[in-house]
Design a protein around this ligand. Structure first.
Ligand code: ZN
Length: 86
């Protein structure tokens, strides 16, 4: 609620998305390959390579890209935009 309030107050964008499988899906090709980390047993896997397209992923950055895409944002090649006035 606080995040939504702050985003709207600064003319930002707020969107709730379903984060299911955001760690397992490749943010480059959209596949859920066998090589991606699965469940609690693979929590220690921080880096992985997509067996479908060969992309190398940091677990958290890959998940963040998938969450942004789920919210309707374009894939970010140049990083995350900075809010004006911050
Ligand atoms: Zn891939």
């Amino acid at each position: 609620t606080q995040l939504k309030y702050k985003a709207i107050a600064r003319s930002g964008v707020f969107e709730e998305v379903n984060e299911a499988y955001s760690t397992q899906v490749c943010s480059c090709c959209g596949a859920k390959p066998d090589s991606s980390p699965k469940g609690r047993t693979d929590l220690g896997i921080r880096h992985w390579i997509c067996s479908e397209c060969g992309a190398e992923h940091d677990r958290d950055i890959n998940a963040a890209k998938n969450i942004l895409a789920a919210g309707g944002h374009p894939r970010l090649d140049g990083g995350i935009l900075v809010l004006q006035g911050e």
